[in-house]
Write a protein that binds this ligand. Sequence first.
Ligand SMILES: NC(=O)C1=CN([C@@H]2O[C@H](COP(=O)(O)OP(=O)(O)OC[C@H]3O[C@@H](n4cnc5c(N)ncnc54)[C@H](OP(=O)(O)O)[C@@H]3O)[C@@H](O)[C@H]2O)C=CC1
Ligand SMILES: O=C(O)CCC(=O)C(=O)O
Ligand SMILES: [Mg+2]
Length: 417
Amino acid sequence: MSHITVPAGGQKITVNADLSLNVPDQPIIPFIEGDGVGVDVTPVMLKVVDAAVEKAYGGAKKIHWMEVYAGEKCTRVYGADVWLPDETIQAVKDHPVSIKGPLTTPVGGGIRSLNVTLRQELDLYVCLRPVRYFDGVPSPVKEPHKVDMVIFRENSEDIYAGIEYEAGSDKARKLIAFLRDELGAKKLRFPESSGLGVKPVSREGTERLVRKAIQYAIDHDKPSVTLVHKGNIMKFTEGAFRDWGYALAQKEFGAEPIDGGPWCRLKNPRTGKIITIKDVIADAFLQQIILRPVEYSVIATLNLNGDYISDALAAQVGGIGIAPGANMSDSVAMFEATHGTAPKYAGKDYVNPGSSILSAEMMLRHMGWTAAADLIISAMEKAILSKKVTYDFARLMDGATQVSCSGFGDVMIAQME
Ligand SMILES: NC(=O)C1=CN([C@@H]2O[C@H](COP(=O)(O)OP(=O)(O)OC[C@H]3O[C@@H](n4cnc5c(N)ncnc54)[C@H](OP(=O)(O)O)[C@@H]3O)[C@@H](O)[C@H]2O)C=CC1
Ligand SMILES: O=C(O)CCC(=O)C(=O)O
Ligand SMILES: [Mg+2]
């Protein structure tokens, strides 16, 4: 039996042959509330978005939200052990724009990540996470305004593929025997007690991600694309990512090696400016972004690196309370905050709804509803400057008035007047 109620009066967003969107004035947008603080941030996000759309278009446009289920709430609606029903997957496939709250993934056992499953099921191979500074946000670095980066995290491969075998299991033993006997792998230090994980990284997966990153740099007039990898150690996965990335830049975008390579450069066909394609090893990158963030703009990286880099960069501009994102294929986009379920704050109307609201802002821009998106950005800027902020900012900001999660949403809406 279906538990999804299709909102009356709404229409589907559709995708044209050239992959552009056809967005009706009354679009249906599916949302997943999310676990943990999802119950706090998602309703605030919906309210702020509705207010911005109403204000921007005076009633001529309206989103018809359609709740679909995944995670803990889903097990209450559909029954025990139903974490991600087929009809949810079908709904987000059929509606090319959707938004989700965070979903819990237990550590060390239990269900595999529903977030990763959704990305894999829909082949949402780009995790796009822009990192920018809002004036007045407390930051641990001296010059947070110099952080202006956009992360393109490969979202479908790497060790997130979930191919792993528990220590001591038959499969782990078989694989260890195969590695040792058939492939000559002699360096397993403790074979009897090793768990094993497989890290697939493909040329196709790399190329489609790097292609999007370079195209983004062209479209948004960015000065560089940096391939971040650990290719000195993992030569045929992370190292191959770097090599395939450079090759793609040369083959498809006409990039030319600088001083014999491997860095290369291309002329932006829109602006005539130079875009540098470069690479850096991930550990060095994590210190460079603190010491010299201006040297980095668009970042293309693999799944695990991108996960770490997302939170690290977010911290430089105020934390994951204000870090938005999108998971995208060529035709489907599912927006979500960078943070997780923050269980200790769940249901307390406490955390910052900013990440979720800014993810919705990205969604509105993706739909071409620029006036509403602009309104959200200006309301966020003014709300922060008014110093009426949630605990995460208030604890580091002189003279702040701490407000609740819903309170911050109301402060934002008041700024739209
Ligand atoms: N896409 C998704 O759905 C994601 C899901 N997860 C899942 O979430 C669960 C919890 O993961 P965990 O590692 O604790 O990471 P979380 O991102 O949930 O929380 C870590 C810390 O970040 C801060 N934080 C998180 N959200 C907010 C917010 N909205 N406003 C202000 N501060 C915030 C809090 O810091 P402080 O304690 O300093 O206040 C919090 O304790 C796990 O099951 C994990 O798998 C994790 C990431 C993404
Ligand atoms: O799937 C999860 O639980 C964690 C995902 C995550 O940390 C991320 O996508 O940034
Ligand atoms: Mg993460």
